[in-house]
Unconditional design. Structure first.
Length: 116
């Protein structure tokens, strides 16, 4: 499967748009929900390639351990932390409790929200 296809990026963007305020998901879960299993790294690439007008809630996507993946010395790391905290997501040492804040969409939500 070609990860660079714009269609695959759009699928990632659609799923990320569905993450509700105050919830987070992981790169791997987003890839799975977009029909791109084992493509977690592609999710990161797709988010970087998204244009600003999409206004994606990129900051709601974390690694599989619930950690912010951006290097901690980066201003973007603090930006992600702050945006999550503003939505009520508790960040502790760069990590979010996925059991408490993890997004678990139901099948109906996905079927009626995704166009692919």
């Amino acid at each position: 499967m070609d990860n660079d296809k714009p269609n695959n990026q759009q699928r990632i963007w659609q799923v990320v748009q569905l993450i509700p305020e105050g919830k987070v998901s992981s790169y791997g879960v987003i890839a799975d929900l977009a029909g791109l299993p084992r493509r977690a790294r592609f999710v990161s690439t797709a988010l970087r390639k998204a244009s600003k007008p999409l206004a994606l809630p990129w900051y709601r996507v974390l690694n599989a351990q619930g950690k912010i993946s951006i290097p901690s010395h980066s201003p973007l790391y603090q930006r992600q932390w702050d945006l999550l905290e503003m939505e009520g997501v508790r960040v502790n040492n760069g990590r979010v409790d996925l059991k408490r804040f993890g997004w678990k969409p139901d099948l109906g939500e996905l079927l009626f929200s995704l166009s692919f």
